[in-house]
Design a protein around this ligand. Sequence first.
Ligand SMILES: [Zn+2]
Length: 293
Amino acid sequence: MPDEATQEKKLITLKTFFESVPPGKTIDIKNIACKKRAGHGGYYYPMNLPELHLHCDTDTCNGIRFFEPLDTEHLQQKKKSEHFVTYQCRNCKRTEKTYTFWAYLSDDGINGYVFKFGENPTFGPPTPARVITLIGAERDYYLKGRRSENQGLGIAAFAYYRRVIENQKDKILNEIIRVSKKLGAEQEVLDDLEKAKTEIQFSKAVSEIKHGIPQTLLINGHNPLTLLHSALSEGLHAQTDEQCLELATSIRVVLTDLVERIANALKDENELNTAINRLLQSKNGEKNSTTMD
Ligand SMILES: [Zn+2]
């Protein structure tokens, strides 16, 4: 039974494969093909190309949008075939993304495996300007990490990201302190964060944070610093390039999300203050001008 469970877990969808798997890995895929059809002097299987959720950076979109395939691809049982598939943003019809890969359809005509040669533009969402600002001096290492990740070089990507986090620890903590102060966090929370800054290593710094961080910075209820810490320590013991690659991707995703949350928290606070002031002013105005009640 555990074997079945692991096997079940390993099969991923084509959607996940296109959206979240960097090039350079062979991946088992479920439901790779639609029902077989007659034609081409025999049977063929239309590839089950899904709609994707990708980042579109045009002015009109500037966010995650649906992308649909412009091509149809055919597969044959127990055969490896090479493919070029272009996707287009369904909203603006301007942004395109092309994947090159080979696919193998298994005996069952349903599942198979695929290998991504590459994608253009490169794997992953564009690096938000805010992330570049936060990592500052480590920008080059971060971008090298991205490049390694795109090429499936897990150990390299992990090492670059690790260096970015270790070296920018104080900057990350300072931003969290800013948010905490704005949101009126308890003194003990602020004390922990200040104490964390005195630690040289990121892992030791994280262990100083015993009273948590503001709720608004949590990712699905988890402290992003703890998530980064576990990814970093796991990576040091990771056995394979693939494991390192997965951890590197997790580090990038968590770091990006944290930066977005920090920026939103600071912005929300400003917006909230403006809104409150506006309401207070109009309420005062109302009091002065109204004679009803
Ligand atoms: Zn678009």
